[in-house]
Structure formats: C-alpha cells, structure tokens
Design a protein around this ligand. Structure first.
Ligand SMILES: NC(=O)C1=CN([C@@H]2O[C@H](COP(=O)(O)OP(=O)(O)OC[C@H]3O[C@@H](n4cnc5c(N)ncnc54)[C@H](O)[C@@H]3O)[C@@H](O)[C@H]2O)C=CC1
Ligand SMILES: O=C(CO)COP(=O)(O)O
Length: 304
C-alpha cells in the first residue's frame, strides 16, 4: 500500500490463488487495496523495483524462482527481517547466491504493516552497498506518509532488523514474567551494545544501530503489542509453551528461528552476545526464566 501511494502501478504477487475481484487481505483487516494494485499469481518479468516480502526462511526458494523470469537489471529489495536458519546468512547474502550480479537492497525500520497500509506516518531505511542505488530506490518509494532514508550499510541494516526480532522475544518474556519495565529498558539498551558488536564484526557499522532499522525498530517491536515477536515472548514469560504458542498462530515470528542462527553467527565471530544466547536457550533448550535471569545478571560487572 505504501508503494501504491507513490502513484506507481503495483503488482502484488501471491503464491496462493485468490478469488477474482479480491480487494481485501485477511492480514490487513479494514484495508481495501488501492486501484493501482493488481493481485497476480505470476512472477514479474520487468519492473522498476521488486520488493521481496516473505518470511526469511522462504527467501531462497522464492528468489531462486523469481530469478528465472525477472529481467537481470531489475533491482530486488528484501523486506525480510531474519537470518536463514540453516546457514546464518543475511537475506542479501542469500540473494547473492540465488540472484548473482543483480542490484539488491534492504528496506527495514519501525513499520507495523497495518499502520503503513492505513497511510499513518512512518519512516524506514533503504540500504544498498551502492549508495547511489539506495538513493535512486528511495526516491521511488518515498511518499508524504512513508519517509525513506538512504544508507550504504546494508549489512548493518539487515543485522539490526533480524536481531530486533530476537530481542523483542526477550523483551516480551521480561514483561510476561513480571520482571518489570526497568528490566526491559536495560535489556533493550544492552541489546544495542550486543548487536553493535556483532554488526562491526560482520561488515556493518555500529552507528546504524542508532537509526530507524536499529533503535527505531527495537523501540517499536520491544514495546508494541502489535509485534508478533514481542507477543510470543509475553506468552512464554506467562508460562505457555512455545509449541502451544506457535500452534495457535498462522503468522510468522521471525525471531524464533533467527535466534539460534544469530547465536551461531555470534559464536563464529567470537562476539559476546549474552542476550541472544539467553533467548535462544529459553526458546529451544528448556532454559527457565530463573536460569536466564542468573545467566544475565550474575556475570562479572563490566564497563559500559
Ligand atoms: N508485518 C509487518 O508488520 C512487517 C513484516 N516485516 C518482515 O516481512 C517479512 C514477511 O512478514 P509478513 O508479511 O508480516 O509475514 P506473514 O506471516 O504475514 O506472511 C508473509 C506471507 O508470506 C507467505 N509465505 C509463507 N510461506 C511462503 C512460501 N514458502 N513462499 C512464498 N510465500 C510464502 C504467506 O502466505 C504470507 O502471505 C518478515 O521477514 C517480517 O519480519 C517487516 C516489516 C513489517
Ligand atoms: O518488523 C516489524 C515492525 O517493524 C513487525 O514486527 P513483528 O514481526 O514482531 O510483528
């Protein structure tokens, strides 16, 4: 909807067929698609830009199939916020394998889809390794309701977008378990330090964590009840099992599969990542909240 607000014709590819004349989508209640949006089951052959908005674990499959039909000069911008589970790769590193040589970028920021679709004010960062390309794509997507900033730190923006989902689960656990808002604020702030270390070690910049894709999205996702990752954490903190929580949902909470992939990335680069480590253990290794509390708080004091 934000792209349609630029006035451009938008083809919305969907993998499942919808009845002819469909103008609403279950995931965007109350929104009627603008007239310049066409729903299609066919991948585009050409476009000014293609936005890839699927769960990150499907990015390899979808981009591989898209590559076979899409003009090689068309830029592809990923909106995925996560790491590929099997490889710990960032989305653009997946695309480098599936769409070699193609211009690519990432769009990320504090953007609940429903608010963007309503035309409420929002901002995001569009990053490409090539700043000139980021600036060109920014001008294609910018509107008076959706302000897009250009960046050349594609690695930092992707890492921030992926990590905030893991941290949001931790923030939800903190509140769900009754550990308090001081604890959540401390967790978010120390997460910035943790993600900054990881960004610097993996080709990004720590300063990106102060921006929309970093602090901006952490604030939204770690406090907004509209976040799927935060709400998974809330329910975990309240004592529900992960299996039960996921069984009752149809939407993706990227942090669940990204947490172990991000821990693997941190370990590979010898980066201290106690919060990501703790969330991963709670999600997949039967770690209790009490054990998590000790792991995080009983470490020797360090310098900020
Ligand atoms: N919803 C939001 O507010 C925002 C989501 N994102 C990111 O965008 C990505 C997609 O998220 P959502 O659209 O919210 O997720 P979603 O849970 O609403 O589902 C995304 C869509 O992908 C489709 N899908 C699932 N498996 C697929 C496959 N194998 N092949 C093709 N399509 C498949 C689903 O049918 C669904 O239509 C995630 O990485 C998310 O973190 C980023 C910003 C905001
Ligand atoms: O990325 C988002 C907001 O910027 C959406 O967050 P959730 O995936 O946790 O709902």
């Amino acid at each position: 909807c934000a792209t349609a607000a630029t006035g451009a014709d938008v083809a919305l590819w969907m993998r499942n067929p919808v009845p002819p004349g469909t103008r609403t989508l279950p995931r965007l209640p109350g929104i009627t698609l603008p007239d310049n949006v066409t729903i299609t089951g066919d991948f585009p052959r050409s476009a000014d830009v293609v936005l890839l908005v699927t769960p990150v674990q499907t990015a390899r499959d979808v981009s591989t199939r898209l590559q076979t039909v899409l003009d090689p000069a068309v830029p592809v911008v990923t909106c995925c916020k996560g790491l590929e589970q099997a490889t710990s790769l960032l989305p653009l590193d997946v695309l480098a394998e599936t769409m070699p040589g193609r211009p690519t970028g990432v769009l990320s920021g504090p953007n609940f889809a429903i608010e963007v679709a309503k035309g409420l004010p929002a901002a995001a960062t569009l990053a490409c390794a090539d700043l000139a390309l980021a600036q060109k794509l920014t001008s294609l997507l910018n509107t008076s309701a959706f302000r897009v900033y250009a960046s050349d730190d594609a690695a930092g923006v992707q890492l921030a977008g992926a990590a905030k989902n893991v941290i949001a689960i931790g923030a939800g656990i903190t509140i769900g378990a009754g550990l308090g808002e001081n604890a959540r604020a401390a967790l978010i702030t120390r997460a910035v330090a943790e993600i900054s270390r990881l960004a610097e070690t993996t080709g990004g910049r720590a300063s990106t964590l102060a921006g929309l894709a970093g602090m901006g999205d952490l604030i939204l996702t770690c406090t907004g009840r509209g976040s799927r990752n935060y709400s998974v954490g809330l329910e975990l903190g309240e004592g529900r099992s992960l299996e039960d929580i996921l069984a009752s949902r149809t939407t993706v909470a990227e942090g669940v599969l990204t947490a172990p992939a991000m821990r693997a990335l941190a370990r590979k680069h010898h980066v201290r990542a106690p919060i990501i480590e703790t969330v991963t253990r709670i999600l997949g290794e039967g770690f209790t909240i009490e054990e998590a509390r000790h792991l995080l708080l009983d470490r020797p004091p360090t310098q900020e």
